[in-house]
Design a protein around this ligand. Structure first.
Ligand SMILES: [Zn+2]
Length: 445
């Protein structure tokens, strides 16, 4: 049963319109950060507001006992914009509770999840004067805009943030009541290709056949990235790919996620991809080369007999352990340069990148997390999954603080994070509070 005071806290937290991307809401972010400072201080934690060039970072900690392990819990108080507002059934910053579901912007991403950890600590501190671990809360206000000030903050506060393990609840569960531990994430590397053929658009009747069409060259180059089996054909692309272990393949087959469901979710006529792998394996543990945008030539109504002078494409590569974004993008560039005919000039522009992430779910901390998850959600076995997306801060934590992150998500597949009618079930909020209490105990062992 949920405690009314916990619900009041959540509703107060949700009422701040802390939209980080829009300067109109700056004061709401400041007020929301202040609210957290008060909350932490009232719990007896030492709370500090750290201004950044953007939105402030909230840091709160217990007293440090060198005999205890130190756990850092990361979360964010900023939210995505609410547009389109007319699709919300209730105003996004007036939390609405109906049939055990809280609807509000930020309810699942990430206020509901981070607050459940905060309240878990509050409850533990009511029962005992001290926590079983030294605890640091790091709650930022810029996650939804790519955490532009977080890495430099960590770098300048390395001693204060030194810890043994990090916990984040900002990922998903495979289904209601199915405790889920995400132990892997894909990395990313972005690239843009620009081709220039003739120095101006030409008449395709007068010159067509004698002068290369950059769109044709571009599409051939893009097609050369894959072979007929759906594998990426760039030499050396798979050299560092860590193969799936048999326990992963076996356990993923038992998850309440299947191809039929994927088809339904995506609305795609059929599934496709690299031969020899299931759809889940392709999404979670195999790399991809994805075309995200393409442009060139005439885009208006009707026909224009043009032989365009330029064509371009935007690509991203999702990477898996142990691929390194820099090495991979170098191999892709070499492949494109050697495949590009002399009839066009090619320019390649590198975009953002992030490393893949993998942690052993059966390490001592991983097992501690699993024990805590099975107390919080006792009905089903724990789903050990990877996710196809990238959470760059996790790699940043590993790089700067040298520690692993346990991703213990509480969001459901239909929580609509980033969408209208974002929601969070009360039972997950309550389970998160319990999870935190068990987790700190288990991590202390
Ligand atoms: Zn988000």
């Amino acid at each position: 049963m949920i405690n009314q005071r916990h619900l009041d806290d959540l509703f107060a937290f949700l009422r701040f319109a802390s939209v980080s991307t829009d300067a109109t809401y700056k004061s709401q972010l400041d007020l929301c950060a202040d609210w957290l400072i008060t909350k932490f201080s009232n719990m007896g934690l030492n709370a500090e507001l750290h201004p950044t060039p953007g939105h402030p970072i909230v840091l709160a900690r217990t007293k440090t006992d060198p005999a205890k392990k130190t756990v850092l819990i990361y979360g964010h108080y900023d939210v995505q914009p609410v547009d389109p507002l007319n699709l919300w059934t209730h105003p996004p910053f007036e939390p609405h509770l109906e049939n055990g579901i809280i609807t509000a912007r930020g309810s699942t991403d990430n206020k509901g999840q981070i607050l459940s950890h905060i309240l878990g600590v509050q409850e533990t501190l009511k029962l005992t004067p001290e926590l079983p671990v030294n605890l640091i809360f790091l709650v930022e206000g810029e996650e939804e805009i790519g955490s532009p000030n977080l890495a430099s903050f960590i770098q300048t506060h390395l001693t204060e943030l030194a810890c043994d393990v990090i916990v984040i609840s900002d990922t998903g569960m495979v289904a209601p009541q199915h405790p889920t531990f995400t132990y892997g994430l894909r990395g990313i590397a972005a690239l843009e290709i620009f081709l220039q053929g003739p120095d101006k658009d030409l008449h395709s009747g007068i010159y067509g056949g004698a002068v290369a069409n950059p769109i044709t060259v571009l599409t051939r180059l893009i097609a050369s990235l894959h072979d007929e089996q759906g594998r990426i054909a760039v030499p050396g692309f798979y050299s560092e790919v860590r193969e799936l272990q048999s326990w992963e393949r076996d356990s993923w087959k038992t998850l309440p996620l299947n191809d039929a469901e994927l088809l339904l979710l995506t609305g795609s006529p059929s599934l496709t991809g690299e031969a020899g792998y299931s759809a889940l394996e392709r999404c979670w543990a195999r790399p991809t080369a994805e075309l995200n945008g393409i442009s060139g030539g005439y885009q208006g109504e009707g026909t224009k007999t043009v032989l365009p002078s330029k064509a371009s494409a935007k690509l991203t590569f999702r990477l898996v352990p142990d691929q390194d974004p820099e090495t991979i993008i170098e191999r892709v560039c070499t492949h494109l340069k050697t495949s590009c005919p002399t009839s066009v000039h090619m320019e390649l522009k590198l975009g953002h990148s992030g490393k893949p992430y993998l942690v052993d779910p059966n390490s001592p901390y991983g097992l501690a997390a699993q024990r805590a998850l099975s107390c919080a959600f006792p009905v089903n076995a724990i789903a050990l999954i990877r996710e196809g997306g990238s959470i760059p801060i996790v790699a940043t934590f590993k790089e700067l603080l040298g520690v692993d992150t346990l991703l213990l998500g509480l969001a459901l597949p239909d929580c609509r994070a980033h969408s209208p009618n974002e929601n969070f079930p009360l039972e997950n909020f309550a389970a998160g509070i319990l999870l935190n209490q068990k987790l700190l105990k288990e991590l202390a062992l």
